[in-house]
Design a binder for this molecule. Sequence first.
Ligand SMILES: C[S@@+](CC[C@H](N)C(=O)[O-])C[C@H]1O[C@@H](n2cnc3c(N)ncnc32)[C@H](O)[C@@H]1O
Length: 234
Amino acid sequence: MVQQYDAIAVRDADIEQVVGPYREQVEMPALLRALGPVGGARVLDVGCGSGAYVRALRRRGASQVVGVDVSAPMIAEARRAEEREPLGVRYEVHDLAALPVLGEFSAAIAVAVLHYADSRRTLARMCERVCANLAPSGRLLALVGNPGLPTGVPQANGFVVHRPAHVRDGDAYTISVPTVPATTLTVHHWACGTLEDVLTSSGFADVTWEPLPGTADGDGGAAPVNLLLSARKE
Ligand SMILES: C[S@@+](CC[C@H](N)C(=O)[O-])C[C@H]1O[C@@H](n2cnc3c(N)ncnc32)[C@H](O)[C@@H]1O
């Protein structure tokens, strides 16, 4: 099946120019801080795209990092980066909702991927398959679209969210990425409480929200584009 990101992969460099600075300055430091030391850890990155987090985790000393993504062209981009600068990371093409057990990972990250689930059943399958790949007490950190962002207003990373009023769980909405021409992503709305419930019924406990700059616990700046969710395998 052709995936949304198959077409987007050819413009990965353009998109990176837009999202890169916010990711490097805000989101990646927050996620890595929440994850804690990764020296010797085995980490799975689901929805890894072209592998920015995979490479960062390996450079920070993770002993094994595996990135998976449903889009073969995105994985090809990631593998080209590995060929240019070999770090000893591995990439595989998988739909997260049908992810086989690839190992017993100490941690998993899911950055801007859970909001591609188009039904609660798919969201649950995604969470269950991550859980199946974690060691006991293994941790999941997920950056998920901030459901409270105002519609039609450019966000800190340039994204503009177009969400219908009175949106309900699973409803599709679009995000415009200010590349030239603009790139439109279709994602799905999941309320924070729904994400917590689905994770809890998918084998996770200790579901909490980690502070990000811009939140009440953060630096008081602009609203964060994504929120950081933490959960531990029961
Ligand atoms: C916004 S990009 C984020 C990429 C990467 N996590 C990052 O932050 O640089 C979302 C990625 O999720 C992938 N994706 C969407 N649905 C997926 C699914 N069902 N299984 C695996 N990957 C998926 C897309 O192909 C895309 O590469």
